[in-house]
Design a protein around this ligand. Structure first.
Ligand SMILES: [Mn+2]
Length: 353
């Protein structure tokens, strides 16, 4: 276990060497990744290290776009030249070797700060991994507070959001330090700004995609599945899984989406005594293609013959078949549409009236 303050000491000690620093989040960064990068940049700045925050993929979810805009988080889309220009790289909310980031496999990371567990040995000059923390934001928030830094309103708001969203409103961590960090940051944050971030306006396109996700949804016992087909942004896959999990009687939600030559997928569960990532890893050919934390997991596989629609369907079906088996669904049970037709809701309410 790394003691608090060690990160600040490390930055202070190596400030000449680490300048400039590239801060890399996972692809399609979520609030925890963005807040963590923002906080590390602030810590680094205080000891005189210039840094650039970058991410692979893009920021799709409206909440996350609003977070970046309103909190003025200077996160930039990764360019391949960044790896040439920056000799030192810090990974936040992810680790070298994870499939969810764009870190070059041959490079050695300078810093890794994360809350995810891994079966592999982590190689970096400085490592702060706490799998109990519930969020990476909590680790960086703790450093800032312990160091006695003044935490700007926008940064405090980002960290509060990062902690809340990654711990699912504290339902998946009981760690005292995370709770204490949260309550220390709360009075420094702008909760009205946070409310705006959590209730963003959404592009029209989003509603069409939601309709498609609901129409394609199939239910078998306690599992709900939806293949979204081609998506304009892979974040939608996770968002749809979150949404479908709210369906009555459902314990598991699994969604896929085709993006470029890659099939993205997300798994969600209500169950607290299982690890969604372990289940997801067991249904993909390469266990590194999936990861997650507690009740939330995701991954992606490249579809080689992606010109052929059947190749995509085969991949989608294989994953669902393996998942149904892994969840020990009854052999004689079948997938049924969630809604039989797009008019069903209307028909029902008319019959009832
Ligand atoms: Mn996280």
């Amino acid at each position: 276990m790394t003691k608090p303050l060690e990160l600040s000491y490390y930055l202070e000690e190596r400030k000449d060497e680490l300048n400039p620093l590239l801060i890399l989040t996972h692809d399609y960064p979520d609030p925890d990744a963005l807040a963590s990068a923002f906080a590390l940049q602030y810590l680094a700045y205080h000891v005189g290290i210039r840094s650039k925050i970058v991410y692979g993929g893009h920021i799709g979810r409206s909440e996350n776009r609003e977070m970046v805009r309103l909190l003025k988080i200077p996160a930039k889309k990764l360019r391949t030249s960044d790896f040439r220009h920056y000799p030192h790289i810090a990974l936040v909310d992810t680790q070298p070797g994870f499939e969810n980031n764009s870190f070059p496999p041959k490079r050695k990371a300078s810093i890794v700060i994360d809350q995810h567990s891994t079966a592999h040995e982590v190689v970096a000059d400085f490592i702060l991994i706490d799998t109990e923390a519930g969020s990476t934001s909590a680790l960086l928030g703790r450093e800032l507070l312990a160091k006695g830094f003044e935490v700007p309103v926008k940064l405090a708001t980002a960290l509060v959001y990062g902690i809340l969203s990654d711990t699912l409103e504290f339902s998946r961590t009981t760690k005292r330090e995370t709770i204490d960090t949260y309550f220390e940051l709360l009075p420094l944050a702008d909760m009205r700004l946070l409310a705006r971030i959590q209730n963003p306006s959404r592009p029209r396109r989003f509603f069409g995609e939601m309709v498609r996700g609901i129409q394609n949804a199939l239910v078998r016992q306690r599992l709900i599945v939806s293949h979204l087909g081609v998506v304009e942004n892979p974040d939608l896959v996770a968002q749809m899984a979150d949404f479908l999990l709210t369906c009555e009687g459902i314990q598991w939600a699994f969604c896929t989406g085709r993006y470029g030559d890659t099939l993205h997928f997300s798994l969600r569960t209500h169950l607290t005594d299982v690890d969604a990532a372990t289940i997801l890893r067991s249904i993909v050919d390469n266990p590194r293609a999936a990861g997650g934390y507690g009740q939330v997991a995701g991954g992606k596989v490249r579809v080689r013959e992606n010109k052929d629609p059947n190749a995509w369907e085969r991949e989608e079906q294989t994953l669902v078949e393996r998942l149904a088996k892994r969840l020990k669904l009854k052999h004689n049970s079948k997938f049924q549409p969630l809604v039989r037709s797009q008019y069903e809701i209307v028909e029902r309410s008319e019959n009832n009236g």
